[in-house]
Design a protein around this ligand. Structure first.
Ligand SMILES: O=P(O)(O)OC[C@H]1O[C@](O)(CO)[C@@H](O)[C@@H]1O
Ligand SMILES: [Fe+2]
Length: 188
């Protein structure tokens, strides 16, 4: 039997995991995701980084675990706060754990039938993403929102239906307050 080597790694203050695979998502990678297309096109001239992911991933095998930090930058497109794309797992019954490290935000979760839930997150919050729920994180603050995700190595990402239909709820700023409102364009 060949055993893998254990690994201990310290997450840096800025959310970076040394030696991890880095993925950068800019606004241009999120075309079609935000409600306000005019505000999107305007901000696209700057094409800001919306989030970075630092992932330590294993082979896609049953029983193993991946982990990744995400640094989700503060910002808005129109009224809507910056968010991650959001996904179901390709193996839809795979669960996931998130742990908030820095900043402020929350998670939108949604069943395949379109039942949406909002879970606020601040440093120290643990979120359990049950099997079958799509999940997207949102930065509602004015500093980077940094969190750790731990997920089965064979979970995979299924972006399809979220990219097409979005979430049933939006997280917006209204009169200086964070509001979770119904998505007027939501189609079941
Ligand atoms: O894959 P998305 O929806 O862009 O969100 C990125 C985050 O979600 C994960 O895929 C985990 O669910 C991580 O790799 C990362 O923390
Ligand atoms: Fe996930």
């Amino acid at each position: 039997m060949e055993y893998k080597a254990p690994l201990g790694v310290k997450i840096e203050e800025n959310g970076v995991i040394p030696g991890a695979k880095k993925l950068v998502r800019r606004l241009s990678d999120l075309k079609g995701y935000f409600q306000d297309e005019e505000a999107y096109e305007k901000l696209l001239r700057e094409n800001p980084v919306v989030y970075e992911v630092y992932a330590v991933e294993q082979e896609e095998k049953d029983g193993d675990l991946n982990f990744a930090t995400t640094v989700l930058y503060p910002g808005k497109v129109g009224k809507e706060f910056f968010f991650t794309k959001g996904h179901f797992h390709s193996k839809a019954d795979r669960a996931e754990i998130y742990y908030a490290i820095k900043g402020r935000g929350g998670m939108l979760l949604q069943t395949p039938e379109g039942k949406a839930e909002w879970v606020p997150m601040e440093p120290g919050t643990v979120v359990y993403v049950p099997p079958y729920w799509a999940h997207r994180t949102v930065n509602t603050g004015d500093e980077p929102f940094i969190f750790l995700a731990i997920y089965p190595a064979d979970a995979g990402h299924d972006y399809g239906s979220i990219k097409e239909k979005g979430f049933a709820k939006l997280v917006v700023e209204e009169n200086g307050e964070v509001k979770v409102v119904d998505n007027p364009k939501w189609k079941e």
